[in-house]
Design a protein around this ligand. Structure first.
Ligand SMILES: Nc1ncnc2c1ncn2[C@@H]1O[C@H](COP(=O)(O)OP(=O)(O)O)[C@@H](O)[C@H]1O
Ligand SMILES: [Mg+2]
Length: 307
C-alpha cells in the first residue's frame, strides 16, 4: 500500500528541491537550529539547542514529557519567538519569511486542531483551500485515501476516536504537499496497529523525499528514524543514528563451556562481541552462546538518567 502512495506523494518535494533552488541550496540541511534558547518567564525551556536535519531524513526528537519538544517544534514552524539563537527551515527564517515557510511546511500539532462540526473531508478541504491547493477536490480524496479515511470522510470529526482525529490532522498537514513535515507526538495515545500504520506512512513519505521531524516520548519508536536527537530539560544530550545509540549500550554474553554458563557484560559494538568470542574459538565443548543486547529504549533511558 505504501509504495502506491509513494508515487502520488513524490512529485512536489523533489521537484521543489531542484526547481530554482540551485545546487548550493539543495545541499544545505532542510532544518537548522543554532544556539536556540527559549524562556517562559524565568523558566528556561530550551537551553542552547543545535541541530541539523538533512533533506529527506526521518528525524526523531526523543525526550520525556516537559523536555521541550513542543517548544522546539513551535519555534521551527514560526509559532513562537525564540529568546536567543535561530532556526532555519529550507534556508528560510520561519518568523521573518512566514508566508514562504508556511507554504513549504506541514505541521501536525500535539493536540489536533480541527473543526469538530465539520466532516473529515471538509476539514482537510478547509486547510487545502487556505493553502490555495490546485485541483483541490482530487487532492483531498488522495490524502484521505493515503491516511485510510476514505470510508468515514463524510462523517463529523466530533464522532471520531482520538486515533482517527490524528489521521485527519495528518491529512490536513499533508494537503499542500509540503516538502518538510513537523509532527508533534503523532502516535501518542494511538493503538499499536495504527501506530505501525503511521510509521509506514512516515517511512513512505521520507522515501519520496519529504523531510520529517517527529517528536515522541516513546523511546522504542526512535528505532524507526534515520537519526535521533535526545532532548532532556531543554538540552540535546545525544544525536546519533539508532545503530550508533545501540552501540553505546551493553550486551550480556553467555557462553556455555563444558556444561557451565559463563556470563559477562561487554560493549554494544559488533567488534566488542567478536573480541569477546575470539578466546573461545568454537570448540565442541562450547554448547551454547547467547547474546542479549540492550533495547534502544533502555539505552536512551540510560543516557537520560546519566546526566
Ligand atoms: N506557554 C508556556 N508558559 C510557561 N511554561 C511553558 C509554556 N509552554 C511550555 N512550558 C514549559 O516548558 C517546558 C517544556 O514544555 P514542552 O515544550 O511542552 O515539552 P514537551 O513537549 O517535551 O513535553 C515544560 O516544563 C513546560 O511546562
Ligand atoms: Mg509536547
Amino acid at each position: 500500500m505504501a509504495t502506491t502512495h509513494n508515487v502520488t506523494m513524490s512529485a512536489t518535494p523533489r521537484d521543489a528541491g531542484r526547481r530554482g533552488a540551485g545546487e548550493a541550496r539543495a545541499q544545505e540541511p532542510a532544518i537548522e537550529v543554532n544556539g536556540l534558547t527559549k524562556r517562559y518567564g524565568a523558566f528556561e525551556a530550551l537551553r542552547g539547542v543545535d541541530l541539523a536535519v538533512p533533506r529527506g531524513a526521518l528525524f526523531g526528537l526523543v525526550g520525556p514529557n516537559g523536555a521541550g519538544k513542543s517548544t522546539l517544534i513551535k519555534a521551527l514552524v514560526g509559532a513562537l519567538r525564540p529568546s536567543g539563537g535561530g532556526v532555519r527551515v529550507l534556508g528560510l527564517d520561519p518568523l521573518r519569511e512566514r508566508a514562504a515557510v508556511r507554504r513549504q511546511l506541514g505541521y501536525m500539532p500535539q493536540s489536533p486542531a480541527l473543526y469538530e462540526d465539520l466532516s473529515a473531508r471538509d476539514n482537510v478541504a478547509f486547510f487545502g483551500g487556505a493553502h490555495g491547493v490546485p485541483d483541490l477536490r482530487r487532492r483531498v480524496e488522495e490524502v484521505l485515501a493515503f491516511t485510510d479515511l476514505a470510508a468515514r470522510a463524510g462523517d463529523g470529526v466530533a464522532t471520531f476516536s482520538g486515533g482517527m482525529k490524528r489521521r485527519v490532522s495528518l491529512a490536513a498537514a499533508l494537503i499542500h504537499r509540503p516538502p518538510v513535515l513537523f509532527l508533534d507526538e503523532p502516535t501518542a495515545a494511538v493503538d499499536p496497529a495504527l501506530r505501525a500504520r503511521f510509521w509506514d506512512l512516515f517511512r513512505s513519505l521520507a522515501a519520496s523525499g519529504v523531510t520529517l521531524f517527529i517528536s515522541t516520548h516513546l523511546m522504542d519508536e526512535a528505532l524507526l528514524c534515520d537519526r535521533i536527537a535526545i532532548l532532556r530539560r531543554g538540552r540535546i544530550i545525544a544525536a546519533d543514528t539508532p545503530r550508533g545509540l545501540l552501540e553505546r549500550g551493553r550486551t550480556r554474553l553467555t557462553v556455555r563451556r563444558g556444561g557451565v554458563d559463563e556470563a559477562r557484560t561487554i560493549g554494544g559494538r559488533p567488534e566488542d562481541l567478536a573480541a569477546a568470542l575470539h578466546p573461545y574459538g568454537l570448540a565442541r565443548e562450547i554448547g551454547a552462546v547467547a547474546v542479549e543486547a540492550e533495547s534502544l529504549e533502555t539505552v536512551i533511558l540510560g543516557l537520560i538518567g546519566e546526566e
